[in-house]
Design a protein around this ligand. Structure first.
Ligand SMILES: [Zn+2]
Ligand SMILES: [Zn+2]
Length: 389
């Protein structure tokens, strides 16, 4: 079965929802308008239960099928609702109306597609058991997925398997990509505070120069991926902030570095943390400076479960055809807080092509509305097939 006909009929309506969300981006947990709009629509579709306030501002909708239940009784399907603190530069007629905020990751599209599927599923109910639609806040760094899990969502709604989807620029429109195992990286964050001895720029021998120490730490950190990590494994260390000094003739007393470390394997994650600590402390000691490292593990690896990945791929193939589903896509070093849900229940995360658009988090990015029939059909067929007797 290709694109679901009824979903194709909804395409203009779902597109209108998507563009309305695009015009009104909200950040982190502060997705009140978006969540209210989701609640209103789910109620209008006739969902059996609509529960706001899960994980602070998340929304859960429950749709019961009319057929006898199969071996799997309840599946969860998740979309994210939050936008980013970016000034939009698309010039689109439906561009963001809120200065400094935009939907630059396509979560407007994710929310609209899952709403479209919910409308269809509530209308037709051609499945057994229960389809649960999950709309989460704060994917962009706020761990909203974890907040919903911590709020007891999985047990409260009896979710047995959970699925997620993200659009992906560079993958052609109408194509899917997935892989079993690690699909996206663990994202750790570090803050390094360097304390030296400030002084006159012309008398460096009486100072401990934190600019030099910071520069050497940045440089030495690069040796970890190059010289300590197995060349066949994946890792990234990026220092993204370096603050020191305020003028050109004073050696600053302190310097601040911040960055991120990414990995796909637990042993690599452990290695990165250990070596970053050793390199930071060792380099600071070498110069008589002190360095304080704060290292925080944030989103875990997004790890697809093999059986559910095969199942998700089979659904994708039904929707777009065998040739348009890549089941062995390379993992990416970006991170996703759907990982917290996959750590709780078996499931799979899939990429859907956004075509040749600007990249995610770019001010010129826009979700491609051509995805809508593909993405909504995927959700609909996933529920109908997973919940078949
Ligand atoms: Zn994003
Ligand atoms: Zn995203």
């Amino acid at each position: 079965m290709p694109i679901v006909n009824r979903i194709a009929e909804f395409h203009p309506e779902i597109t209108a929802w998507r563009r309305d969300l695009h015009m009104h981006p909200e950040l982190q947990y502060d997705v009140h308008r978006t969540a209210a709009s989701v609640v209103e629509k789910l109620k209008a579709f006739g969902c059996d239960e609509v529960v706001p306030g899960v994980g602070r501002t998340g929304v859960v909708g429950v749709i019961k099928g009319k057929k006898p239940a199969g071996s799997i009784k309840v599946i969860g399907m998740r979309a994210d609702m939050d936008a980013l603190p970016i000034e939009e530069a698309t010039g689109l007629p439906y561009k963001s109306t809120i200065p400094g905020k935009m939907h630059a990751c396509g979560h407007d599209g994710h929310t609209a597609m899952l709403l479209g599927a919910a409308k269809y599923l509530a209308e037709t109910r051609n499945f057994g058991g229960t389809a649960v639609v999950i709309f989460q806040p704060a994917e962009e760094g706020g761990a909203g997925g974890k907040a919903m899990v911590d709020d007891g969502m999985m047990t409260r709604f009896g979710i047995e398997e959970v699925y997620g989807m993200h659009n992906y620029p560079g993958i052609p429109l109408g194509e899917f990509a997935i892989r079993p195992g690690a699909l996206m990286a663990a994202a750790d964050h570090f803050i390094i505070e360097i304390e030296g001895k400030g002084g006159h720029a012309a008398r460096p021998h009486f100072s401990v120069d934190t600019v030099l120490v910071g520069a050497e730490i940045v440089s030495a950190l690069q040796s970890i991926v190059a010289r300590n990590v197995d060349p066949l494994h994946s890792a990234v260390i990026s220092v993204c902030l370096f603050q020191a000094g305020s003028t050109d003739n004073v050696i600053p007393q302190t310097a601040l570095l911040r960055g991120t470390a990414r990995s796909l394997l637990p042993e690599v994650q452990d290695l990165l943390e250990t070596r970053i600590r050793e390199v930071v402390e060792g380099t600071a000691n070498l110069h008589g400076a002190k360095a304080n490292l704060r290292y925080k593990r944030s989103y875990p690896v997004t790890r697809n479960h093999p059986d559910q990945t095969d199942f998700a791929a089979s659904v994708a193939r039904e929707v777009v055809g065998d040739a348009k589903v890549d089941t062995n896509v390379n993992p990416v070093m970006g991170a996703e807080d759907f990982s917290f849900m996959l750590n709780e229940r078996p499931g799979a995360f899939i990429f859907v092509g956004n075509g040749d658009s600007a990249g995610l988090h770019h001010p010129a990015y826009d979700f491609n509305d051509g995805i809508i029939p593909v993405g909504s059909s995927y959700w609909v067929r996933l529920a109908e097939k997973a919940l078949a007797a």
